[in-house]
Design a protein around this ligand. Sequence first.
Ligand SMILES: NC(=O)c1ccc[n+]([C@@H]2O[C@H](COP(=O)([O-])OP(=O)(O)OC[C@H]3O[C@@H](n4cnc5c(N)ncnc54)[C@H](OP(=O)(O)O)[C@@H]3O)[C@@H](O)[C@H]2O)c1
Length: 296
Amino acid sequence: MRIAVTGKSGQIVTALRERGKAAGHEIVALGRPELNLVDPTSVFRALKEAAPDVIVSAAAYTFVDGAEQESTLAFAVNGEGPGAVARTAKVLDVPLIHISTDYVFDGKLDRPYVETDPVMPAGVYGASKLAGEQAVLVEHGSNSAVLRVAWVYSPFGSNFMKTMLRIANERDEVAVIADQIGNPTNAMDISDGILSVAKNLIARDDPALRGTFHMTASGEASWADFARGILAVSAAQGGPSARVKAIATADYPTQAVRPANSRLNCALIERLHGVALPDWRTSLEGMVIPLHSIFV
Ligand SMILES: NC(=O)c1ccc[n+]([C@@H]2O[C@H](COP(=O)([O-])OP(=O)(O)OC[C@H]3O[C@@H](n4cnc5c(N)ncnc54)[C@H](OP(=O)(O)O)[C@@H]3O)[C@@H](O)[C@H]2O)c1
C-alpha cells in the first residue's frame, strides 16, 4: 500500500513510518510547511501529489493544557483540519483512517467506554478532537474509520514514558496520579492496527468496517501503575529507576480536566477488523527503551 499520513515527527507518524516500511508499504509523511492543517489548500495539494491508496490522519494539536488557552487554534487544527483531509480523501476516492482520542468522554462511567456511549468532552482538546471526528464522518463517512486511541507512548516525541525516565534520572522518587485509569498503548502497536484496518478498507467494500472504533492495548492501569511498569523495564535494561509515590488528581492541578476513567472497550474492532492490540504490560516489557535518545 502507498499510505499518506498527516504529520512528520509525531509519535504515531514516526511509528507508522517504521512499522509500515518494515511491512513493505510506502509511507509518505506530510507535515508543515507543505501540509498545514489550518490551510485547506495545502492539505489538498500535498495529499493529491502523494497519490496514496489510503490516507491516515494522525497529525493534531495535542497540547491538552495549552488548548484551554488556544482554543481557536485547537479547533482549527483538530476540527477543521481533519474536515479538509476528509474532503480530499473523498475527491481522491480513497479510504481515510482518522485518529481520535479517549478524551471525547468525560470519564464518569465506571466501566470501559464503548463506541456508542454518549460523548461529552471535559476540556477544549477533547471537544476539538470530537469536532474532527464529526467533520470526518460528515465529509467522507462512507469510506472512513475513526480510531480512538489513548495514553500513547513511544521512543518518539513527548510522552509520559519519556517524562518518567527523565525524572527518574534526576530524583529518587516520582509522584504520579493513581486515580485516573486507562490503557497505556504503544505507538508501534497502534501502527500495526492502522495497517490492518487500512488493508481491510481497501480490500472490502463493507460499511461495517467504516465508522468509529476503539483501539487501545488491553489491560488497564493507573498512571502510577504505568510509571512503575516503565521504571521496572528501565531498571532491567540498565536505565534509571525511582520509587513511585501515588498521589491524587487533586494533588496535581492542571489547566485541563482529565477523565478519571479513560478505559476503552475494544471488542468491536476485534470482531469486525480482527485487530486486538497486545496487553500493555506485555508490549512495554518487550520494548527496548532507547535510553540514548531520551537523555539528549
Ligand atoms: N499522545 C496521546 O497520548 C494520544 C492519546 C489519544 C489520542 N491521540 C491522538 O493520536 C494522534 C497522534 O498523536 P501523537 O501523540 O502522535 O501526536 P504528537 O506526537 O504530538 O504529534 C502531533 C503531530 O501533528 C503535527 N501537527 C500539529 N499541528 C499541525 C498542523 N497545523 N499541520 C500539520 N501537522 C501538524 C505535528 O507536527 P510537528 O512535528 O511539525 O510539530 C506532529 O507531527 C493525534 O490525533 C492525537 O490527538 C494521542
